[in-house]
Design a protein around this ligand. Structure first.
Ligand code: NAI
Length: 695
């Protein structure tokens, strides 16, 4: 049953019933159309109420059917809305809690709309790169006016129903907590004999001087939409509600909707939407796996990461004990946390009262005895196995049974870390990204012995901390850093061959990355990579790198923190200014290698940076380090500034075509450092089958 039909006196009530948000899937649409037909056939019924069961009127399209033929099968949403609008008996929408997308479009097809306060009213299609395709762009302006409707459709932002009381959207907004259905039935009885039936399509959009307003909107959207076409199309379709007759406007809306459905940008947004949802699912960890309760946290190390990690718990209302080895380091860490919150208060994003509430949840200590009762402890000490060993042996001896022991290590072997304890089932990697209080990504590293309940708890915790949790197996660098290493290597080789940092950064930033590799290095500190390369030189001497980054560090240029790195920086200015000595060092290094520098195209730069990551990702997928290609995309979209409109590296490779990726790689394999281009077997296989990573 996906819509229930009941008769109350002379009023038929159709209750949408498709949890969790009464998505308008095929079965629900079919049942709703049947309900209307049944009501029309019953002479005793004089009016009809449509409402939603449970926690929504309707959230719109059923995401479970999004990419299936069911989404467009008859009765389509258009057909349902037309059936409602053409009903010869009045139809009243009784709206509560959530009324979004297709749900709002359905309500707009009803003759009357009544609501409770607090209902979220929105047409959020733009967030998936689309526009409301079932009359929303034509009907909403007819009830809310051009300006308000356009703002809602272009932004997709929900507005509370009580704020829209008094507009033609609602015929009544009742008191909070009152009986919506009883009032809707009474309303329906009242209007049972009213004729003609009011139809939104017959209203006019009155907006004197609409052309000036539309032009203003076009300019605003141009400045804000970035590479996405949907906001522009939203403006044009809403404009049609003023400039065209209703049916003509509806046709135009349909045409633009179908066009947007085919754009890569919308496909990328929809891919990311589903990728985020699926990332929290682990095949051998069922949804009903018990989770451990997290009421108290501890963080070891109050440095760059420890402080940010502590803030995540504080923001979620979870008390934190922060442990350091020295009072001075502890004081510094605590002061940094307060300073970060102070800045948020200054920006008006946090009240002074909330700041104090959060700080009150934080205590500092130098003694392990003070953290034993925590339900979870996250270690963020120096990236050194010896230091990690000391910490984990101590944690093993002081933490209460059942506590989760997490490490924030970015490169070290989690299984070894777990082996320092007598409870490897309780050990997990929680790899936060810097700044940890801001970045959405949380790589959840599953050790060989990590308990399923511990993994399920970490996934639930990610949600609580408002992070996107992505599960990774154990390997050097996990998903994200293992791939970025190939990208960094290529960036270095490009310098050896003829490019300068500025050209590389500009090319990849034009592609859409938030920041190119060299500006990024200057921000994060070039010494970090230097330390990793020194370790690798011992552990894996066969891996080659450009020496230019080492030479830069030897010049003492670690990045912004030392006043300069690949670039120079001016105080109070984040802009990167090319440095002549650095560029001369790069040119000299090419000469030392015997390389005649050549002009390198932006296309080559982008392909080498991106495809090198894609190839590594194919290994990661094949080895089972990542559960699915879309998880890799999530890592890059939420942790590495990969352009959202390109959908992540795997999605992007699919749009290019894996055979094309492979062909470009074969060409680079013939060039400088060509051995870096050994194609991953999975990539070869999928390309051969004409398949993509995500299909
Ligand atoms: P950091 O050097 O800023 O902070 C480390 C802190 O740990 C220092 O305050 C130090 O006093 C303290 N510490 C050292 N030994 C300790 C011990 N035995 N007990 C208690 N405290 C101790 O380092 P950062 O950058 O915060 O890195 C910490 C961990 O996070 C490392 O494993 C690193 O690989 C990882 N990580 C770092 C990221 C970054 O961008 N900085 C990103 C993701 C992970």
């Amino acid at each position: 049953m996906t819509a229930e039909y009941q008769v109350h006196g002379a009023v038929a009530v159709i209750t949408l019933n498709n949890p969790p948000v009464n998505g308008l899937g095929l079965a629900t649409r079919t049942a709703a159309v049947q309900g209307i037909q049944q009501a029309l056939a019953d002479a005793a019924v004089k009016a009809i109420v449509i409402t939603g069961g449970g926690k929504a009127f309707s959230g719109g399209a059923d995401i479970k059917e999004f990419n299936s033929p069911k989404a467009l099968a008859e009765p389509s949403l258009h057909t349902l809305i037309a059936t409602v609008e053409n009903s010869t008996k009045p139809v009243v929408a009784a709206i509560h809690t959530v009324c979004m997308g297709g749900g709002l479009e359905l309500a707009l097809g009803c003759h009357y709309r009544v609501a409770l306060p607090g209902a979220q009213i929105a047409l959020p299609e733009v967030k998936l790169g689309l526009l409301p395709g079932a009359g929303g762009t034509q009907r909403l302006p007819r009830v809310l006016g051009l300006e308000m409707a356009l703002n809602m459709i272009v932004s997709g932002t929900p507005v509370a129903s009580e704020k829209l009381a008094g507009t033609a959207l609602f015929d009544a907004v009742y008191e909070a907590g009152s009986d919506l259905l009883a009032q809707a039935i009474a309303f329906a009885e009242n209007v049972a004999d009213a004729r003609p039936l009011p139809k939104v399509r017959e209203r006019k959009v009155d907006y004197p001087n609409h052309e000036a307003f539309l032009q203003f909107s076009r300019n605003t959207v141009k400045a804000m939409a970035g590479p996405f076409p949907a906001p522009h199309e939203c403006v044009e379709t809403v404009a049609a509600s003023v400039t065209r007759k209703f049916d003509d406007g509806l046709k135009f809306e349909r045409e633009r909707f179908l066009h947007l459905m085919q754009t890569t940008e919308s496909k990328a947004l929809r891919h990311a939407f589903f990728a985020e949802r699926v990332a929290s699912k682990v095949p051998d960890v069922p949804a009903d796996t018990p989770v451990r309760s997290i009421k108290q946290a501890a963080v070891i190390g109050a440095g760059t990461m420890g402080g940010g990690i502590a803030m995540n718990f504080l923001n979620a209302g979870i008390p934190v004990v922060l442990l350091e080895t020295r009072q001075e380091a502890l004081d510094k860490g605590m002061a940094t946390i307060r300073k970060n919150y102070d800045n948020t208060v200054k920006k008006g994003k946090l009240t002074a009262e909330k700041l104090e509430q959060r700080m009150a949840l934080l205590t500092g200590t130098l003694a392990y005895a003070d953290i034993g009762q925590a339900d979870i402890v996250v270690e963020a000490v120096f990236e050194d196995m010896g230091v990690k060993e000391t910490v984990f042996r101590q944690l093993d001896s002081v933490m209460k049974p059942g506590a989760i022991l997490a490490s924030n290590t970015s490169t070290l072997d989690l299984n070894r870390i777990a082996s320092f304890t007598s409870r490897p089932q309780d050990v997990i990697g929680l790899h936060f990204f810097s700044p940890a209080n801001v970045m959405k990504l949380l790589e959840i590293v599953r050790g060989a012995q990590t308990g399923k309940d511990v993994l399920a708890t970490a996934l639930a915790l990610a949600k609580k901390l408002k992070k996107t949790g992505v599960v990774s197996g154990v390997c050097d660098g996990f998903i994200g850093n293992r791939m970025i290493e190939q990208y960094s290597r290529q960036a270095g080789f490009l310098l050896d061959e003829g490019a300068l940092p500025e050209q590389v950064d500009q090319a990849i930033e034009k592609f859409g990355f938030a920041m190119g590799p060299f500006r990024m290095g200057d921000l994060a500190g070039n010494d970090i990579g230097w330390a990793i390369r020194k370790r690798r030189a011992i552990e894996s001497p066969e891996i080659t790198y450009s020496r230019s980054a080492d030479l830069l560090c030897e010049m003492g240029r670690f990045g912004q923190k030392t006043g300069g790195g690949w670039y120079d920086y001016k105080p109070g200015d984040r802009k990167a200014y090319p440095n002549e000595q650095v560029n001369a060092m790069i040119v000299q290094h090419s000469a030392d290698l015997g390389i005649t520098r050549r002009q390198i195209s932006d296309k080559e730069i982008v392909e080498r940076l991106v495809y090198s990551m894609v190839n590594e990702a194919a290994h990661i997928l094949e080895e089972g380090i990542a559960l699915r290609a879309s998880d890799i995309d999530m890592v890059y979209l939420t942790g590495y500034g990969f352009p959202l409109f390109r959908g992540g590296p795997m999605f992007y490779a699919d749009t290019v075509g894996l055979a094309n990726v492979l062909a470009a790689m074969a060409q680079y394999a013939r060039g400088y450092q060509g051995s870096a281009w050994q194609p991953a077997p999975l990539l070869v296989k999928l390309a051969g089958e004409g398949k993509g990573f995500n299909s």
